[in-house]
Design a protein around this ligand. Structure first.
Ligand SMILES: Cc1cc2nc3c(=O)[nH]c(=O)nc-3n(C[C@H](O)[C@H](O)[C@H](O)COP(=O)(O)OP(=O)(O)OC[C@H]3O[C@@H](n4cnc5c(N)ncnc54)[C@H](O)[C@@H]3O)c2cc1C
Ligand SMILES: NC(=O)c1ccc[n+]([C@@H]2O[C@H](COP(=O)([O-])OP(=O)(O)OC[C@H]3O[C@@H](n4cnc5c(N)ncnc54)[C@H](O)[C@@H]3O)[C@@H](O)[C@H]2O)c1
Length: 466
């Protein structure tokens, strides 16, 4: 081993938590190496959240063209140009790359392009993308290696060369018939977008419903929405084998004897953490049975001086959660001994938005959760049409519902409607400040905004039994 170069901090992976930590420590004057083997800035700006929302927005524009007459807009012939859709996505990614490079330059955190693995405790060897190796050492090492699409060991699946979200988002031609394995976040968002561009789409989901962890009113509303848009949905599907090649012709065989044929196959069946081939044994870093780095609620791994954050640490797989992981580590590094002052992952809010159109937004308990945990609640619920803003938009599908617990505290909130993700912070603030729902109910809410619907929503809450 060559003499290691000494750093104040080494961060493996430049995803959300990794890059923010690199920029933060670099700005503090620390000597920081941020090792990245593929894309500067990690998944979100390059292959995940932002490119997918970019493409989904192009599909929304296509849906407006499809609905033009409804809005009194008469247009001539129009068509979808997937090359231009892809080019718009790439322009955004290029712009984001410049933003990232500027942040590295400004913070003086060094980005080292290559694959990092432990060769001894606190010591990392980087197989440089440009060739050769470097060996780096630090008392502070942070892992933010993310996750990748899971490809189940179903016979013929890997051989069919299915697309993941990465290849799908880069398509410059439209699949004639897209089969999608998995009816979760990625499956739903991309199914609707591709359908709106003009593909035939079939979702194949192994559970009895789409987004199966949600309440039945949510899964039913999404099922109806997708069916109305012409998307085929096959649930309770157990895939036995796959034949053919994605991009040409592919057949998915199910255990009940049915088979589904398409031209392309997208796999969206969950994520596998990137924790392999990293010399973990040499550094005393353990993983959990699911393959994530084993961490405590301060994101410390089993090796002193090594932390893990984001998807690879088993944190809920969202960019905003990876960002919160960064904040937990930042605050704990700043105040290691301040009792009670430091942040942990325990009991933090996990808000989420599925960017279907209309969106599905959620924070806190679902009705399913409350029932399972035996938590009593009062339910407020309105159809989205009761928020008059939706009528001005002709986007009246969906509903809002809220679970209220003792002391009028908000336990959970779910909404399906246009742009409802933007409603979450008001509810989150009330929940985190432990305010009763009446604090929101009594606000003067601007007319006609979507948030004005909160007044109607809270009007429906049954009075508390004396
Ligand atoms: C299609 C799609 C859409 C999504 N949409 C949303 C959304 O709308 N909102 C949301 O909140 N979340 C969304 N997510 C989830 C979100 O993208 C992830 O939770 C988030 O990007 C995880 O960030 P991270 O910090 O864990 O690391 P990542 O962004 O995954 O980055 C990890 C980096 O580490 C690198 N790396 C791994 N191992 C090594 C090594 N040994 N050496 C060097 N480098 C290494 C990887 O190449 C990668 O660049 C989406 C995910 C997908 C796939
Ligand atoms: N808007 C967002 O915030 C957003 C968008 C995309 C992804 N994400 C994150 O990325 C993660 C990964 O997304 P995802 O859609 O891959 O995972 P997911 O866990 O959301 O959904 C996977 C789905 O695939 C199904 N499935 C698994 N194996 C199957 C099989 N063999 N046959 C048929 N169905 C099968 C599961 O039952 C599940 O419904 C999400 O959980 C989420 O955390 C977030």
């Amino acid at each position: 081993m060559s003499t290691p170069e000494q750093y104040d901090a080494i961060i493996i992976g430049s995803g959300e938590a990794g890059k923010y930590l690199a920029w933060h420590l670099g700005t503090q004057g620390k000597k920081v190496a941020n090792i990245e083997d593929k894309r500067i800035g990690g998944a979100c700006p390059n292959i995940a959240c932002l490119p997918s929302k970019n493409v989904i927005h192009s599909a929304k524009v296509a849906s407006f063209f499809q609905r033009g007459a409804e809005f009194g807009i008469v247009h001539g012939d129009w068509h979808v140009n997937m090359e231009a859709v892809s080019a718009r996505r790439q322009r955004m990614i290029d712009g984001l790359r410049d933003v990232h490079l500027a942040n590295y330059a400004k913070s003086k955190a060094e980005i080292v392009m290559g694959f990092g693995r432990f060769v001894a405790p606190q010591t990392v060897e980087v197989a440089l993308n440009a060739g050769g190796t470097r060996t780096l050492r630090s008392d502070y090492i942070f892992l933010d290696t993310g996750s990748r699409a899971t490809i189940d060991p179903v016979p013929g699946l890997a051989e069919s060369a299915p697309m993941t979200h990465i290849e799908l988002l880069e398509l410059t031609t439209l699949p004639e018939h897209l089969l999608i394995l998995g009816g979760g976040f990625i499956g739903l968002e991309l199914a609707q977008a591709m359908r709106r561009f003009g593909s035939n789409v079939t979702i194949i989901e192994r559970n009895p419903t789409l987004v199966h962890r949600e309440d039945s009113d949510v899964t039913e509303a999404l099922h109806q929405l997708f069916t109305d848009e012409g998307i085929d949905i096959v649930t309770n599907a157990s895939v036995t084998y796959v034949e053919g090649t994605s991009g040409k012709s592919v057949i998915v065989h199910l255990s009940d004897g049915a088979s589904l044929e398409g031209t392309h196959l997208l796999v969206a069946t969950g994520r596998t953490p990137n924790t392999q081939n990293m010399g973990l044994d040499l550094a005393g870093i353990k993983t959990t049975p699911s393959g994530h780095f084993q961490v405590n609620d301060r994101l410390e791994t089993t090796a002193p001086g090594v932390w893990a954050m984001g998807d690879c640490a088993g944190s809920p797989h969202f960019t905003h959660i990876s960002f919160d992981d960064f904040r937990i580590i930042r605050d704990n590094l700043a105040e290691p001994n301040a009792a009670g002052a430091s942040r942990t992952t325990t009991n933090r809010q996990i808000p989420s938005v599925t960017f279907t159109d209309p969106e599905l937004a959620h924070v806190g308990l679902t009705e399913n959760d409350a029932k399972k945990q035996g938590i009593a609640y009062r339910l407020g619920k309105i159809p989205m049409a009761a928020a008059l803003r939706t009528r001005t938009l002709d986007e009246t599908r969906g509903f809002m519902k809220v679970l209220i617990g003792s002391g009028d505290r908000i336990l959970g909130f779910t909404a399906i409607g246009p742009g409802v993700g933007e409603l979450l912070p008001v509810i989150q603030l009330a929940m985190s400040a432990n305010l009763p729902y009446t604090a929101v109910h009594n606000l003067i809410l601007t007319h006609p905004t979507l948030s004005e619907g909160f007044i109607n929503l809270f009007n429906t809450i049954p009075k508390q039994q004396a």
